[in-house]
Design a protein around this ligand. Structure first.
Ligand code: SAH
Length: 429
């Protein structure tokens, strides 16, 4: 590990044009490496970083040099003193360092965040045009090389979640970069997420810039969606299901659709716009159901072709089954069932339960669109659970389509954990 002072000349790339500065401006960065905090890993524990996986677990760290506070930038070295990456220190988390950069010359300054956000935005341009989006995920955390940073854009509002100590520490830089990229947007922080506790951070909701409306309307695939950015789930809406709503709706023509875990009813808006005979929205939240009704209205869809039922899906599916109710199509889009590996078996039982009852409730030839948004639920296991549910339901089932999260929720090839949403379109015979 170097213990000397050295000077690096960093050639700033074209992003400087944004700053109104000469685009090839060369700036001088003086790094006092002797003062930079660093850690050295145990032998053999560098492998994941060499593959550009962005996490360093506490158990991998052998030595720590320099004083480190939560969120501080730290250089990571292999046991043979090879420089591996530069990340943010999270003393309270099992994931003790999240890597910002694998490039030795890259400094974690305003320009770093601007470059990352610009690159993320550029990667989404084709999708935005293809699906006519006014709402999309701008930054998907680790998969966009900004660990702990999620940014969604809803029309002229940016909603961010800063979930790691590093993200929290660099809030001002992130806001600066967002204002450069989106000068017309207000910025709301929705860091009211329990995982912040693991990083030693309190949940937080605050306006970071401009005026934040109580309600925002976005459009995807020609469907309007109203959302409440302050109180809606996650950052206000489930953008990740966009493609799957369109796919589910393609089966809905003239069908009676049971939309379980409907939230604000976007699967229903798509289905009715695609000619569904009837859609029954079911959710425990009356507030979500009221918004679902308004979402049909703003899309000028026939509210008389929709029901809004406040119920526990687990219980309601059982009741419908004993009543002998039948549907042509059922959508199961439950919340995350798994928070830890220890909870996986229980989650499997939950998935199997709802899928089995749903299959029993389908007419012959009926379509089940079933999802798991639990990152800890492996895809193969989810498919097996659905297959087991078919056996228990006494139905023969074909998997027609395998579904995933939308392209504004990409998965970095070095970070398979980024793949969390999986779904199946099943035909129940
Ligand atoms: N399908 C929605 C997203 C669903 S989010 C969309 O396309 O936007 C999960 C929803 O499940 C939430 O609205 C939550 O209120 C609801 N929910 C959670 N547990 C439930 C239960 N046991 N019964 C019914 N709804 C439930």
């Amino acid at each position: 590990m170097p213990s000397f002072y050295f000077i690096t000349v960093v050639r700033k790339p074209a992003f400087c044009g944004h700053l109104g500065i000469e685009s090839r401006l060369i700036s001088l960065t003086i790094e006092f490496n002797a003062m930079t905090s660093s850690v050295v890993l145990h032998p053999q524990r560098e492998k994941s970083l060499l593959r550009h996986h962005p996490w360093v677990f506490a158990s991998a760290i052998d030595k720590q040099k320099g004083k480190l506070r939560a969120g501080d930038t730290v250089d990571v070295y292999a046991s043979d003193n090879t420089w591996l990456g530069r990340g943010a220190w999270s003393p309270h988390s099992q994931i003790q360092i999240r890597i910002w950069t694998f490039e030795r010359d890259e400094v974690i300054d305003n320009g770093f965040f601007l470059r990352r956000i610009e690159a993320a935005l550029e990667g989404r341009q084709a999708l935005i045009a293809r699906n006519g989006l006014t709402g999309f995920r701008v930054v998907a955390a680790e998969s966009d090389r900004l660990p702990g940073v999620t940014i969604d854009k809803y029309d002229n509002l940016l909603v961010c979640q800063l979930l790691s100590a590093g993200a929290d520490k660099h809030r001002a830089k992130i806001v600066w970069a967002l204002q450069k990229c989106f000068p017309d947007c207000a910025i709301l922080e929705r860091s009211d997420v329990a995982v912040r506790k693991k990083e030693g951070l309190e949940p937080l909701v605050q306006v970071l810039h401009g005026e934040v409306a109580d309600e925002v309307c976005i459009e995807e695939n020609g469907i309007k969606v109203l959302l409440d950015p302050r109180r809606g789930h996650k950052t206000g809406f489930y953008l990740d299901q966009r493609d799957n709503r369109a796919i589910a709706a393609s089966y809905a023509l003239d069908k009676t659709v049971l939309n379980c875990f409907s939230y604000t009813g976007t699967f229903a808006s798509y289905a009715l716009a695609n000619g569904a005979k009837k859609v029954i929205n079911m959710d425990v939240s009356q507030e979500a159901l009221s918004m679902a009704r308004r979402n049909l209205e703003i899309n000028q869809l026939d509210v008389n072709r929709a029901d809004f039922i406040q119920a526990d899906v687990f219980q309601a599916l059982r009741d419908y089954s004993s009543e002998g109710r039948k549907f042509d199509q059922i959508i199961l889009d439950p919340p995350k069932f798994v928070d830890s590996k220890a909870g996986l078996n229980r989650a499997c039982r939950g998935y199997k339960d709802i899928n089995m009852y749903a299959m029993q409730l389908l007419e012959a030839g009926g379509i089940l669109c079933t999802f798991s948004c639990s990152g800890l639920m492996p895809t193969d296991l989810f498919h097996k659970v659905v297959a087991d549910a078919a056996l228990d339901a006494g139905r023969q089932v074909q998997f027609l389509e395998r579904l995933s999260q939308a392209a504004d929720h990409p998965v970095a090839s070095s970070y398979p954990e980024g793949y969390y949403l999986k779904g199946l379109v099943c035909r129940v015979l």
